[in-house]
Design a protein around this ligand. Structure first.
Ligand SMILES: Cc1cc2nc3c(=O)[nH]c(=O)nc-3n(C[C@H](O)[C@H](O)[C@H](O)COP(=O)(O)OP(=O)(O)OC[C@H]3O[C@@H](n4cnc5c(N)ncnc54)[C@H](O)[C@@H]3O)c2cc1C
Length: 394
């Protein structure tokens, strides 16, 4: 992969930097209350979109800029390096939007894509169920086909941003399981309007104290036939494409963000005094920071390889599972290092900066989810064993 920027790409990078310098978010903390936070984040995504920094590689006819994909990667890395907030419509941008572009009809793309880019309409992903997480093909939500529509009943869980979403990509069974066919052949993907009668959303509180995800109950929800994404029975294929995107393409901006966090932690360790001098002079602190740096660097190199293959025209395939594993590893190691270091300074001196402690506590608690969402650590290892290394089946 080419690592240096062309003059056009350098110009784009500089444009993002100038834009960021004029934005108050860099200095301002987001509101604590979740609904206010969501509104602030929607406004942020809208402003970035209007400045040309969202959907750069998406087709112009559907509201994108039609530029080479590398441009979006440059923008995302600059935003991450500046500590800018992540886009609130992440499910639309990284998960279901790419599936709409790949499998949707033109009328669906025209209807949904521009509002995904501007965050006018938020999307959520209705895949997991109480008895179908890792084993997604065991899902039981049922969509009964009628002449002009489908009627969906079932329960989804862990639906991120479900309480704020306008649309949900729901995986549902459109045929009864049969011993004649693999069970994933009966699954279809439907676009569900979250304001439909029969939709009930119950927020669930995470260990961070925020309720970012929900249970979703669907009780005879009527979905027009035109909201079928792809063909009937093509839901599994779409879901696998979707998950590949979720796992693979986020890695480059993520490693930039982790590096900025590591630099922040290093500065904090330099500023914190312990009874015997600055925290950063303690060899235990140095060793822990060095291990985190190794994890972030390993992620960076793997991310370049995966994204390089994607930019070269390849699909985001099962190799994205190694990047997903390394992302979780780097994030969890860094967050644990932060807690360890802040703990060491607490033992010896009064906390110097309560905001900093709060940031790391929340980062640590959220990092626990990194090896679960998008497929657990064990499932990524299974994928690597089966589909990358081609090890014999158990
Ligand atoms: C923050 C967060 C956001 C999420 N957002 C969404 C969302 O928006 N939409 C959505 O649909 N889902 C979402 N999820 C759900 C996520 O995809 C599931 O949690 C994940 O797939 C695991 O499923 P499960 O929780 O049912 O665990 P289970 O599948 O019950 O797994 C339990 C444990 O068993 C292990 N295990 C299971 N099967 C195997 C196997 N074959 N081999 C080895 N080990 C195995 C797992 O690794 C895990 O440790 C989110 C999860 C989190 C944490």
């Amino acid at each position: 992969m080419r690592l240096s920027l062309t003059s056009t790409e350098r110009q784009l990078r500089d444009e993002v930097r100038v834009f960021l310098d004029t934005q108050p978010e860099r200095a301002r903390r987001l509101p604590h209350a979740l609904d206010e936070r969501i509104e602030a984040l929607r406004d942020w995504q809208r402003r970035c979109y209007e400045s040309g920094f969202v959907g750069r590689a998406w087709p112009q006819e559907f509201g994108g800029a039609g530029s080479p994909p590398v441009e979006q990667i440059i923008v995302d890395q600059e935003l991450a390096a500046a500590g800018a907030p992540e886009f609130v419509n992440v499910v639309g941008l990284d998960v279901l939007g790419p599936s709409l572009l790949r499998f949707g009809r033109d009328d669906q793309r025209r209807r949904y894509i521009p509002a995904i880019l501007s965050a006018e309409e938020i999307w959520c992903q209705g895949f997991s169920e109480p008895e179908a997480g890792s084993d997604l093909a065991a899902l039981r939500t049922r969509a009964v086909e009628r002449a002009d529509d489908f009627v969906i009943s079932g329960q989804k869980t862990w639906v991120s941003w479900g309480q704020f979403a306008h649309w949900c990509g729901v995986l549902a069974r459109t045929a009864d399981p049969s011993p004649e066919r693999p069970r994933h052949r009966d699954i279809s993907m439907l676009i569900v309007d979250m304001r439909s009668p029969g939709v009930e959303v119950r927020p669930m509180t995470q260990i961070t104290g925020h309720a970012e995800f929900c249970e979703l109950f669907l009780d005879e929800v009527v979905v027009p036939r035109e909201n079928l994404l792809g063909e009937l029975g093509e839901g599994w294929k779409i879901a696998m494409y979707t998950l590949g995107h979720e796992r693979g393409t986020a890695a480059l901006p993520r490693q930039v963000k982790l590096r900025t966090w590591l630099d922040r932690l290093t500065r904090t360790a330099a500023a914190r005094e312990t009874g015997s001098g600055p925290l950063i002079d303690d060899p235990r602190a140095q060793a822990a920071l060095a291990q985190s740096l190794v994890a972030v660097e390993v992620l960076r190199h793997h991310a370049y390889r995966t994204v390089g293959e994607f930019l070269g025209g390849g699909a985001v395939g099962p190799q994205s599972s190694s990047v997903k594993l390394l992302m979780a590893e780097a994030e969890q190691r860094l967050a644990a290092t932060a807690l360890e270091l802040l703990g060491m300074s607490l033992q010896e001196a009064a906390p110097a900066d309560a905001d900093e402690d709060e940031f790391w506590e929340e980062t640590y608690l959220y990092s626990r989810a990194a090896s679960v969402y998008g497929g657990t650590r064990q499932i990524q290892r299974n994928i690597i064993a089966d589909r990358v290394l081609r090890l014999p089946q158990e």
